[in-house]
Design a protein around this ligand. Structure first.
Ligand code: PLP
Length: 404
């Protein structure tokens, strides 16, 4: 079954043929919609085309597709049972591993998706403080529930009424936002760096991170780090740990289980009672296979220095792309951590250059994205990145030839 045939069939039975941000129709024309399989840092689409994968399934695949240690742990658990009358022993083992790994974590609660975790973290903060307001950065993505989805379709104004926005990395803006709702702030929710789509990424200013911590303390509000996208690719202990800033609550998901569906909220002792007071459940939230996969993923990242491996591969990619862009006469910006890279073209407000270049990359076997950050995995070897750079070089050449 080809991609074109599947799209024709999907158009009849799936809204829009595919909904949300994975709808290939919103990327450049050559992007496949349907994929057959993945292995290591490679994916194959249903038409048999092979790509070196720099999206890693939009973040979850951190060790490479079908990593043997993770697959073995998942298979072992599956043979025992996945969805039982209660969690397996692995739930306790995984919570213990998180508490041992993450200094701000005294406990962990599990769910399935990043949105579950960000929503649950805010519920814990509200239950603890008895307040409603949440300070969040303008344009930040925290998930697809009505309170946070970027599209207002299907939402009500009430669902947004408790959000007060501030500008990322501006302590003054954060303090001004807090002042408008004095005494009502339950939480400040913030991503570890600014990774809004369509924009260059921005690392956090350490003074902003420390200021957010101090403000949360002053307000008696919870500092929530949304580590759903960045977690396990910057620092296993939590993405603001290098700055010495510890949150009260952290939302995790994506890279936690190398592609198996799981999310977590971790938090401090002070919030344990509030966490316990929530009605928190989901039919599949306690399935043991994803927990076994999460445990194996975090242990493998820890034991093999997975983040350092990604940093080396990401730095190689970044240096290579800078050199190629310059040689072909393009000025590009590469922003964010090297493990969560992104490239934009200077003066490309309508993204026409990025769309053309990313499409050309695809034709040369490199899967990346024109307006959303990319993800490295620990499976990207020096040879893989070098091979990918051959493809991106040809893509730069074709882009230059196209635009003149
Ligand atoms: C920072 C951040 N928070 C929350 C989410 C929501 O996660 P999910 O799509 O798993 O619900 C995402 C997803 O991309 C994210 O990047």
């Amino acid at each position: 079954m080809t991609d074109a045939e599947l799209r024709r069939r999907a158009a009849k039975v799936v809204p829009g043929g595919m909904y949300g941000h994975l709808n290939a129709a919103i990327f450049a024309p050559g992007y496949p919609q349907f994929f057959e399989r993945g292995e290591g840092c490679r994916q194959w689409d249903v038409d048999g085309r092979e790509y070196i994968d720099f999206m890693c399934s939009w973040g979850p695949v951190v060790l490479g597709h079908r990593h043997p240690r993770v697959e073995e742990a998942a298979a072992r658990q599956l043979a025992l049972g996945d969805c039982l009358n209660g969690p397996g022993p692995v739930m306790v083992e995984l919570a213990e591993l998180l508490v041992d790994t993450v200094p701000s974590a005294d406990w962990a609660m599990f769910s399935k998706n990043g949105t579950d975790a960000t929503t649950q973290a805010l519920m814990v903060a509200r239950a603890a403080t008895g307040r409603t307001k949440v300070l969040m950065a303008h344009g930040a993505y925290h998930g697809a529930d009505p309170w946070c989805t970027p599209s207002l379709a299907g939402t009500t104004p009430n669902e947004r009424a408790d959000l007060v926005e501030f500008a990322y990395n501006s302590l003054e803006s954060l303090e001004n936002a807090a002042a408008t709702v004095e005494g009502e702030v339950a939480a400040i929710i913030v991503t570890p760096f600014k990774h809004d789509s369509f924009e260059d990424q921005e690392l956090v200013e350490p003074a902003f991170a420390r200021g957010a911590r101090a403000l949360a303390d002053r307000l008696g509000a919870a500092l929530v780090i949304d580590d759903v996208r960045a977690g396990f690719r910057i620092d296993l202990r939590g993405s603001w740990e290098p700055y010495g800033v510890r949150p009260d609550l952290t939302a995790w998901s994506k890279a936690m289980a190398n592609g198996y569906p799981i999310a977590a909220v971790t938090g401090t002792d002070a919030l344990r009672g509030a966490a316990q007071s929530l009605y928190s459940t989901g039919s599949f939230w306690f399935s043991a296979v994803a927990m076994a996969a999460a445990k194996a993923t975090i242990e493998t990242l820890r034991d093999t220095g997975g983040i350092a491996t990604m940093e080396r591969a990401g730095a190689q990619l970044r240096e290579g792309l800078y050199a190629q862009a310059k040689a072909h006469g393009f000025t590009v910006n590469q922003t964010g951590p090297v493990t969560i890279p992104w490239l934009s073209f200077d003066g490309d407000a309508d993204l026409s250059t990025a769309l053309y270049w990313s499409d050309a990359c695809l034709r040369h076997g490199v899967y990346l994205h024109p307006w959303h950050n990319w993800f490295m995995s620990a499976a990207h070897t020096e040879e893989d990145v070098a091979r990918a750079l051959d493809g991106t070089d040809q893509a730069f050449a074709e882009t230059r030839a196209h635009f003149g």
